[in-house]
Design a protein. Structure first.
Length: 230
């Protein structure tokens, strides 16, 4: 039972497998209390930034893991200054609500971690990195073997063939990856949408829609089962 002495923590939530696994690690470790999911949303297209997941799907996903969703609207295109202003507003809200930590699902990119630490240094909110430095090949297979289920929503065709877009993130997917591609896609080779696993109360009923190429990336448009492409 929660006794009230664990630090309240937001989880930076991309909707993908690394965010989902970070939630699993935080919940099983029980050192902090995760009280919400923090997601930047493209306010023009109503999709998760970079992953291009529909907001409707994101909202169903948050309900499936049982946590409040903090949507941070950002413009498109979005300058770094606009992004930082939007994040600062969310941090100020977090402080007002007694939340002192934000968790990130980063794995090994030192510059990204350093950026997050620098941005939060003077805010009074501390960054934590629950899956940092985990070996990504072993981690990817552990995710799959644990029952985590995800679909590939975005592929960078400069790093990975576009045929990988829309595929299940499973053992076959991992075996098919070119040797230069990180198994967790940490260098931006691909992004995912997690829809089931030990961190979910119930699965998200998702199906594959159209595959489209836009802005130099290949996107798999995911839809809720039973709903059309609108």
């Amino acid at each position: 039972m929660y006794t009230g002495d664990r630090p309240k923590t937001l989880l930076s939530w991309s909707s993908g497998k690394d965010s989902a696994w970070s939630l699993h690690v935080l919940k099983t470790g029980r050192e902090v209390e995760v009280v919400g999911l923090l997601t930047t949303v493209n306010e023009v297209h109503s999709r998760v930034a970079m992953h291009a997941v529909r907001v409707e799907l994101l909202e169903v996903q948050a309900k499936a893991v049982g946590l409040p969703l903090w949507k941070i609207p950002i413009p498109s295109p979005c300058s770094n200054a606009e992004y930082e202003a939007a994040m600062l507003a969310a941090i100020e809200r977090a402080k007002r609500e007694g939340i002192g930590r934000i968790a990130f699902g980063d794995l090994f990119l030192e510059d990204i971690r350093r950026y997050r630490e620098e941005r939060l240094r003077e805010t009074g909110v501390a960054p934590i990195f629950p899956i940092w430095a985990m070996p990504t090949r072993e981690l990817a297979y552990e995710m799959v073997q644990s029952g985590l289920r995800a679909r590939v929503t975005c592929v960078d065709p400069k790093q990975l063939p576009e045929s990988f877009a829309g595929r299940e993130f499973d053992a076959k997917f991992l075996a098919d990856l070119p040797p230069n591609v990180d198994p967790c896609g940490e260098k931006g080779e691909f992004h995912t949408f997690a829809y089931d696993g030990p961190m979910f109360r119930h699965p998200v009923p998702v199906r594959l829609g159209e595959i489209v190429e836009r802005d130099g990336f290949v996107f798999a448009d995911l839809l809720l089962k039973g709903k059309g492409n609108v």
